[in-house]
Design a protein around this ligand. Structure first.
Ligand code: ADP
Ligand code: GLC
Length: 482
């Protein structure tokens, strides 16, 4: 196996900084790639949490003035991850969420913050750190989207480039004037460059200039080539479909292991699923739900945004109540949804339990204790919670989109390896109908157990999926661009 060196560029990396699935992927993929002969180092911004957690950080570069203030590039590690940290205090030394202020609005200088990240990625690509000269630069999402563009416009020999789209809805859109202050030529302000509806888009930059584009499931790779799913980039992606592919995400099966999970009340394996009942009892307590083993407990762990379709689940609450089911929802996001869920919990004590916030420990308990996990997304590039659910014996009930389509086998397909329930179109009616169907299955114990065991037998790890990335990198090296 030819060794390959890859520089990953990500704005969040689990377990250091996480707002969603991107961090999970950026944190797990490098570890899984080791077995495939890929040495991956990840470049991320030096937010306060990063500066605190990264150990052995050694300065490998220093700039007296980097995008308006002093900056340093550090090399260090955390929890088995090899990292480059861009320590530029005037851009990143801000506590809290990496993208927004405490009031939930985007930092006004996000364009410069993430241009700075991509600029150094390109420089590392050109050999800034002689000890690590990458064969491939792998950018994740819009925050790293300028890296392939800088490498392109630098006009020098360069490593191969890959961009992975985790979500088409986040496009990194800024005013065109930004070009003047981030070191790109004005010629890049062109429809064949960064120009996007009169402004610029960092995601477009990545999609335009990366040698390969991947997204996180085959079905989403297909959906984003349509005008609707492409959210403005359908045409571009159709034109570049020969370099676009979908590689499913996995999950870190050490972090998500019901046999060793320190966050759940009772650990269990395939042979002792009965311990799930004990976790269910604890979960009911924590969400102020009536204690009952017979009532099917539906779990949700999610950002509360339009994408996730949780307004549809609100509409299905009468069905949940009529069917004698319970709901435990953990989520945070749009204020309106938060308030509507809190109101639903107040109106239905013992039946609907809601925790607004971000809580890793509770997320594990929901996977271990709920009977079914609901993901009613309008679109879902991959989705990770349904994969965790499979591993924990919670039966997924998901909409028929993106990675949900690819990772769950619907009972309706009359296959012996069915793992859950899929519904479409993505409407409240279709969801309610499927909840009723799931309730019937729940009360037929053998059928439900079959679904759980099929889920537990599903490979949700990164092992094979990392192999697909390794093959992609090797293919690129074989046809090395200049
Ligand atoms: P997305 O990245 O679109 O939010 P994913 O399903 O890919 O969706 O990943 C979400 C990740 O974030 C999962 O690891 C999930 O467990 C976690 N998560 C989402 N919301 C919460 C929350 N409120 N508390 C704890 N973990 C959460
Ligand atoms: C995004 C998507 C989600 C995906 C995650 C990791 O946040 O919304 O579907 O699982 O990225 O790729």
């Amino acid at each position: 196996m030819t060794p390959v060196r890859v520089l990953a560029v990500a704005s969040e990396v689990y377990p250091i900084v996480k707002t969603g699935g991107l961090a999970d992927v950026a944190g797990a993929l490098p570890l899984a790639l080791k077995a495939h002969g890929v040495e991956m180092r990840t470049l991320m911004p030096g937010y306060p949490d990063v500066m605190r957690l990264v150990s052995g950080a050694e300065e490998v570069w220093r700039w007296p003035d980097y995008f308006g203030g002093p900056g340093r590039l550090l090399a260090g590690s955390h929890d088995g991850l090899e990292l480059f940290v861009l320590d530029v205090p005037h851009l990143y030394a801000r506590p809290g969420n990496p993208y927004v202020t405490n009031d939930g609005v985007d930092w006004p200088d996000n364009g410069v913050r993430f241009a700075a990240l991509s600029r150094v990625a390109a420089d590392i690509g050109h050999g800034l750190v002689p000890a690590f000269v990458p064969d491939v630069v792998h950018a994740h999402d819009w925050q790293a989207g300028l890296a392939p563009a800088y490498l392109h416009y630098d006009g020098r020999p360069r490593p191969a480039t890959v961009i992975t789209i985790h979500n088409m809805a986040y496009q990194g859109k800024f005013a065109s004037e930004l070009i003047g202050s981030i070191g790109l030529p004005w010629s890049s302000y062109d429809v064949s460059g960064l120009e996007y509806f009169g402004g610029i888009s960092f995601l477009k930059a990545g999609l335009q200039f990366a040698d390969r584009i991947t997204t996180v499931s085959p079905t989403y790779a297909h959906e984003i080539q349509s005008d609707e799913g492409g959210m403005g980039f359908g045409g571009l992606l159709r034109a570049r479909s020969h370099v676009l592919s979908g590689i499913l995400n996995g999950i870190d099966t050490e972090v998500w292991n019901p046999q060793t999970d320190p966050h759940i009340a009772y650990r269990f394996g395939t042979d002792d699923l009965t311990f799930r009942a004990a976790n269910k009892a604890v979960l009911q307590q924590q969400f102020n739900l009536d204690s009952s083993d017979e009532a099917p407990l539906l779990g949700v762990i999610s950002r509360l945004s339009w994408q996730k379709g949780l307004d549809l689940l609100l509409e299905a609450i009468p069905t949940i109540l009529a069917e004698g089911m319970q709901l435990a929802l953990l989520g945070s996001g749009e204020r309106d949804l938060q308030e509507r869920y809190q109101a639903a919990a107040r109106a239905n004590p013992g039946r609907i339990g809601v925790v607004i916030g971000y809580d890793e420990i509770l997320a594990h308990l929901i996977q271990a204790g709920s009977d079914a996990l609901i993901v009613p997304s309008r679109f879902e590039p991959c989705g990770l919670t349904q994969l965790c659910a499979l591993r924990y014996g919670a039966v997924p009930i998901v909409s028929r989109v993106g990675g949900l389509e690819d990772t769950i086998v619907d009972v309706g397909e009359a296959r012996r390896d069915a793992t859950g329930f899929k519904f479409g179109p993505v409407t409240a009616e279709a969801l309610a109908w499927t909840l009723r169907k799931a309730n019937t299955a729940f009360h037929s114990k053998a059928a439900w157990r079959r679904l759980q065991l099929n889920g537990l037998a599903t490979d949700v790890s990164w092992r094979n999926r990392a192999g697909d990335y390794a093959a992609l990198y090797r293919g690129l090296m074989a046809s090395r661009p200049v």
